[in-house]
Design a protein around this ligand. Structure first.
Ligand SMILES: NC(=O)C1=CN([C@@H]2O[C@H](COP(=O)(O)OP(=O)(O)OC[C@H]3O[C@@H](n4cnc5c(N)ncnc54)[C@H](O)[C@@H]3O)[C@@H](O)[C@H]2O)C=CC1
Ligand SMILES: O=C(O)/C=C/C=C(\O)C(=O)O
Length: 442
């Protein structure tokens, strides 16, 4: 490991050469990295599971192939970015997408390589050099990615990986004056530190933060589908920022919904994340489990009722938390307002569409929302009123890199995906040329 400033210096030194590399060659190298990822899917999947405890089958069949796709997608999207020309009184405006410089990318532990490569791929495609600092709890696949990139022929200094603690290595990186972009995915408190450091240097910053997203279940919904969507929120032991952790269910179907939910939750297999049959693995570390349990204990003390779960599964060791559903929770309570980042959902009921929207929007977050309804017009009405970067209707976690991804309010600043990523990672330039601007044209 080299120190953070040395990595920024390496990225700065490599920048002119990489920025001048033709787009087609940059795209070719990104595809070569994708090839390298595809050749090592099994190894990457095993290492990621060993590191963060998320399910091996998801890493193997979902996450790592998507990591390769991240490189291919942004390589191809780069080639579609046009030079948009338009005229002003005979003058030509030509808009171009210029590389910005060294970028610092700081990422969390819950989906390490997936979230890192959403940033690495467009930053490199745009012609920037990168310093990536993965979370200290899940450092390994980022280092493997650096090996893969070197093997693919990426020039030295173009992709640098710094390992270290957030408050040390991370803080040194984000306060460095030579950095031209900072992209961060992680928690709100860390985002405040990073935004402060970025402000000191006026470095543009993109923030993908936490959530407390609602799942609204209307009485006209397919109730089995609604229950499936609700149970899906326990994925990755609930350590997913997008998770719809607040179940808001129309009163007339709440009892039946709860009965079916409890039955489905009881079928979930909790255990070793390397086993194919496992649905729910461990939490990342003991401190996270204690944090989750603290939220649940305080909620129970305040009068909440555990419909499902309600504590750790100590028979499995000290990292497993039982999938939990808490009812009788007040809208202004901590358990409804704060991100738990564990397998803990709350259940509230509503009687009208207005009330549903009011409850859904009544947190400081705005990352995502999911609706279960059989009425298209209702879906359109409600969606238009929700504060959320992504709304899923009768589905969940359907993702497309062409679409914008990000949150409003305390869930973040900016969007990733497609042209939104290039908007952030490029210095967009407009060149205006006079109609008879050239000497030889007289
Ligand atoms: N909106 C989104 O796309 C996502 C958001 N998240 C959010 O991430 C959080 C969980 O991840 P954690 O790793 O616990 O978050 P965290 O904020 O503790 O750490 C994230 C990263 O920031 C680094 N860091 C910590 N202090 C720093 C500092 N002062 N300066 C620079 N870097 C620093 C850490 O080393 C790590 O690499 C949750 O709040 C979750 O909602 C997670 C995944 C996706
Ligand atoms: O895989 C995706 O498209 C989104 C991942 C987001 C998370 O991991 C998260 O929400 O925590």
């Amino acid at each position: 490991m080299i120190s953070a400033p040395a990595d920024v210096a390496a990225a700065k030194a490599a920048f002119p050469g990489w920025a001048a590399t033709p787009r087609a060659e940059r795209a070719r190298l990104l595809h070569a990295i994708a090839d390298g990822v595809e050749r090592r899917v099994e190894e990457l999947a095993q290492v990621e599971t060993a590191d963060n405890g998320a399910l091996l089958r998801s890493h193997r069949r979902g996450v790592m192939p998507r990591v390769a796709h991240n490189f291919r997608f942004f390589a191809d999207w780069l080639l579609t970015l046009g030079h948009e020309d338009f005229e002003t009184r005979g003058h030509t405006n030509q808009v171009s997408w210029d590389p910005a410089g060294p970028c610092v990318l700081i990422t969390p532990w819950n989906a390490p390589l997936m979230l890192a490569t959403w940033k690495v791929a467009p930053a490199l495609a745009a012609g920037n050099t990168v310093v990536l600092k993965p979370a200290e709890w899940s450092p390994l696949t980022a280092s493997l990615l650096a090996d893969i990139a070197a093997g693919a022929g990426l020039p030295d200094g173009v992709l640098n990986v710094v390992q270290g603690l957030g408050g040390e290595a991370g803080a040194a990186l984000v306060s460095h004056p030579d950095v031209r972009r900072i992209s961060f995915t992680g928690s709100v408190p860390t985002a405040r530190h990073i935004a402060g450091a970025a402000a000191a240097n006026l470095t543009p910053v993109s923030l993908e933060l936490g959530g407390k997203s609602p799942l609204l279940v209307f009485a006209d919904a397919d109730l089995d589908l609604a229950v499936d969507l609700a149970v899906e929120q326990y994925d990755n032991a609930g350590q997913v920022c997008l998770a719809a952790t607040r179940l808001l269910v129309e009163s007339s179907v709440a009892e039946e919904f709860t009965r079916r939910f409890a039955a489905r939750a009881a079928e979930l297999v909790q255990g070793d994340p390397r086993e194919e049959a496992t649905d729910l693995g461990p939490t990342i570390h003991r401190r996270q489990l204690d944090k989750i349990d603290g939220f649940v204990r305080r909620a129970l003390d305040a009068g909440a009722r555990a419909v499902v779960g309600g504590g750790p599964d100590t028979a499995r060791g000290d990292l497993y938390y039982r999938p939990t559903l808490l009812a009788d929770v007040a809208q202004d309570s901590e358990i409804v307002q704060e991100e738990v980042f564990g397998p803990v959902l709350t259940l509230q009921t509503f009687d009208t569409e207005d009330e549903a929207v009011e409850l859904a929007n009544d947190t400081r977050f705005g990352l995502a929302a999911t609706l279960a309804t059989g009425d298209r017009e209702r879906a359109e009405r409600v969606t238009a009123r929700l504060a959320a970067g992504t709304v899923w209707v009768n589905c969940f976690f359907v993702r497309d890199l062409r679409a914008p991804f990000g949150g409003s309010r305390h869930s973040g600043i900016g969007r990733e995906g497609g042209t939104w990523s290039f908007d952030f990672y490029c210095d967009v330039k407009n060149t205006v040329t006079a109609p008879k601007g050239w000497r030889d044209h007289g």
